[in-house]
Write a protein that binds this ligand. Structure first.
Ligand SMILES: [Zn+2]
Length: 168
């Protein structure tokens, strides 16, 4: 799962987003899926729009007024309050596929790209059960947080896949 995440066609592309302060959980999940998502819990609307434009990021917001701002280029107005529907809306809107080889390529805390580390180096840093059952680990170079494929992530991906399968 920590293999190089290459861009293959439209379905495999990784996006750059800027999530507004109401969408912290959505931001976290999009990062888990391998996207580059900036999120600040406190930022004024004008500053958010300006920064998103400068960094060429797609704004994700639940605020209709923010979408109306002229400087907001091609934002996505998130309709639902439900996390799964929010994730699905973003993926559908930009035609993004879930790529399991891109999971945890970024740190959910810092949004920095993670680096693959050998299993031995995390022995004392993860719970014994995780060490026994997981083979692949990655580490954030900035905050040192260790990542592996946790069960709650796998089940969320499974639900997202079922949702899209139902609609086809
Ligand atoms: Zn980090």
């Amino acid at each position: 799962m920590f293999r190089a995440c290459t861009t293959v066609g439209a379905a495999g592309k990784r996006m750059k987003f800027f999530a507004d302060c109401m969408l912290g959980t959505l931001a976290k999940w999009l990062i888990i899926l391998g996207h580059d998502v900036r999120y600040q819990s406190k930022i004024e609307d004008g500053a958010l729009v300006a920064r998103a434009a400068r960094e060429r990021r797609t704004i994700l917001t639940r605020d209709r007024r923010l979408v109306m701002r002229r400087a907001a280029r091609d934002p996505i107005l998130i309709r639902s309050q439900d996390l799964e529907r929010q994730i699905r809306q973003v993926l559908d809107d930009r035609r993004l596929a879930i790529r399991t080889d891109c999971l945890f390529r970024r740190c959910v805390r810092c949004n920095r790209p993670t680096r693959t580390v050998t299993r031995e180096t995390v022995r004392d840093r993860v719970p014994p059960y995780v060490f026994r059952t997981q083979r692949r680990f990655a580490r954030c170079p900035s905050c040192s947080r260790i990542y592996w494929r946790a069960t709650h992530v796998t089940s969320m991906l499974e639900r997202l896949r079922k949702q899209s399968a139902r609609r086809r």
